[in-house]
Design a protein around this ligand. Structure first.
Ligand code: GLC
Length: 558
């Protein structure tokens, strides 16, 4: 990074507004002394307009006013978050920290991650004794918010090393940039050595590569940099290379006609067949966020410059595509409902030839007059109208959603509270697929029966994403309501991985207990609500340079 120094920047209006709104609402809601909020400790997420496509790319030195709550702390210390509070923490917070610390995994004496679930009662461990990249993100955020940064750094560096291994499935060599879904530390007490085994999809059920892992890695690197102010980690040659390798996998030219990323089913948090093949919203939103995060961290040397230019171009195309074709609200649903089909040529309005008869009945009732969301998938003659939580929240956090779209996504949550939040936040997707469709789409998966697991189950981990989105859109009261629901059950139920049923009332059929990301997700949600400026670690401001939405039929020439 040019100069490598810190830069003073002006505060963000929307971030400041959100924090102000959060501050206001919180003090009313909690009826406690007003929280003291460090207003501006974020660095400016630079506008893409500052990166000229015609060369002359300027350096990034945008880390300022970084947050370091109390400096380094041992991973065994009491949580800073509860000590810092001006009011009594919920008793669950201490229990959660204890459980989170129990899940720590050490490699050669250093903490490098957290195990997916610490469930002794479960006979079947499967791979829940591993450190999953995606599962570690909420743990990492909790540690960062608590000033425990070493474990996050260790994790980031360990996974960079794992990335450099040669990866094969049978006789097929995987792309260099692929990141593991998970890894496991093997301790040999006799020889006193620790070794690591990793899974890039070659052991995973279904043998699917985790497309989300690399994106989460980049997002976490930025969260670390932002939270600690330690630029040296992101600037290390191995970290720079890691980012470029991950993005090279996604930015290479091929036969694509869309800027979205083509994926196999089960390539993300939903890691079993669930009909999300194609262009799943979860991956597109994470892709967008990772691209924007990388843009703030990549060095402007000769190699970096080329990558940066490709990122900028892709971001423009991707945001246009997503905002135009994935967005659904009452008006747009009505437009699709009246679509003509078989339109040839670039003037087509129904570009993907979606047949209105393929719109499922439920969506007409589900769609409120106020509200909207990014649908699950868009590809030729196929729109997956299901609502997916993670993709929509990441769209808000990354500012893939315009401010109006972000508000509409939150409106929808309020309007459809029973369906999406019910008794346990939060539905992974809505609605469930049933009967014949379930047979065809999941391949008769007994774990993904209707309203269970990935098929309309409720996942407490999603609470942190909901909370972050609530704070960003200035609606902390929604997060408060959701956290209250979680607090009434989570600890008592032993931190389940997921809940089942239309309202999420039942502990999931095969849910693990002491699922780490359920624990960490709760802690992150609590800490963000207590101190909304924590949001900066996982949020990017809107980029004004992003092209405004154009009329559908105009995109051919733009
Ligand atoms: C399950 C989930 C996946 C998670 C893993 C470890 O496979 O589907 O999202 O990463 O468990 O918790």
């Amino acid at each position: 990074m040019e100069g490598g120094g810190m830069r003073k920047v002006s505060s963000h209006t929307s971030m400041a507004d959100a924090a102000a709104a959060a501050d206001f609402d919180l003090s009313q809601l909690l009826d406690k002394p007003r929280l003291k909020i460090e207003r501006q400790r974020s660095f400016d997420d630079r506008s893409m307009s500052e990166f000229s496509l015609s060369g002359n790319v300027r350096g990034i030195d945008g880390y300022d006013s970084v947050f370091s709550p109390g400096g380094m702390r041992s991973v065994l210390d009491t949580p800073l978050s509860s000590a810092r509070n001006s009011f009594e923490p919920h008793p669950m917070v201490a229990e959660a920290w204890e459980a989170l610390r129990r899940s720590l995994v050490y490699f050669r004496g250093q903490p490098v991650g957290t195990i997916a679930a610490y469930d002794h009662a479960s006979e079947e461990v499967l791979n829940y004794d591993q450190v999953f990249v995606r599962d570690f993100v909420p743990s990492a955020l909790a540690f960062l918010m608590n000033g425990e940064t070493d474990i996050v750094k260790n994790f980031l560096l360990r996974t960079v090393q794992i990335q450099s291994w040669e990866k094969r499935i049978d006789r097929f060599k995987l792309g260099e940039g692929a990141m593991p879904a998970s890894f496991k530390v093997l301790h040999d007490p006799a020889r006193g050595v620790d070794t690591i085994v990793a899974d890039f999809g070659e052991s995973a059920i279904g043998r699917v590569a985790p497309v989300d892992s690399g994106f989460w890695w980049i997002i976490l690197l930025r969260a670390y940099t932002k939270s600690t102010g330690d630029l040296s980690l992101a600037e290390r040659p191995d970290c720079q290379k890691c980012m470029k390798l991950i993005l090279t996998l996604c930015l290479s030219e091929g036969f694509d006609t869309f800027p979205t990323l083509l994926c196999a089913d089960g390539c993300s948090m939903i890691d079993r067949r669930m009909g999300i093949y194609g262009y799943p919203i979860e991956i597109q939103a994470l892709f967008f966020m990772a691209l924007r995060c990388a843009l703030t961290m990549l060095k402007h040397d000769s190699e970096g410059k080329d990558c940066i230019e490709r990122i900028v171009q892709r971001l423009h195309a991707l945001s246009y595509h997503m905002r135009s074709y994935f967005w659904l609200d009452f008006q747009q649903l009505n437009v699709i409902y009246r679509y003509k089909t078989e339109e040839y040529s670039h003037t087509a309005v129904n570009k993907f030839n979606v047949i209105p008869d393929s719109i499922p009945d439920w969506v007409f009732d589900f769609m409120p007059s106020r509200g909207g969301y990014f649908i699950g998938n868009v590809s030729p003659a196929r729109m997956d109208f299901r609502w997916f939580a993670l993709g929509n929240f990441v769209a808000i956090l990354s500012s893939l959603a315009t401010p109006e779209q972000s508000m509409a996504i939150m409106d929808l949550i309020e309007e459809r509270w029973e369906e999406l939040v019910g008794e346990m936040p939060l539905k992974i997707c809505h609605p469930a697929i049933e009967s014949h469709e379930w047979r065809i789409v999941t391949g008769c998966d007994p774990k993904n029966t209707r309203w269970s697991y990935h098929n309309g189950g409720s996942w407490p981990v999603l609470l942190w994403l909901l909370t972050a989105a609530c704070i960003k859109t200035g609606r902390p009261q929604i997060a408060r309501r959701a956290i209250d629901l979680a607090e009434s059950r989570l600890l008592k139920d032993g931190w389940p991985e997921y809940y089942d049923g239309k309202l999420g009332r039942y502990i999931g059929k095969q849910a693990r207990k002491f699922q780490t990301w359920s624990i960490a997700g709760y802690l992150v949600a609590k800490m963000m609500l207590e101190d909304p400026s924590n949001l900066g670690m996982v949020s990017l401001e809107e980029d004004k340079a992003m092209k405004p939405m154009l009329r559908r039929s105009a995109s051919w020439t733009c």
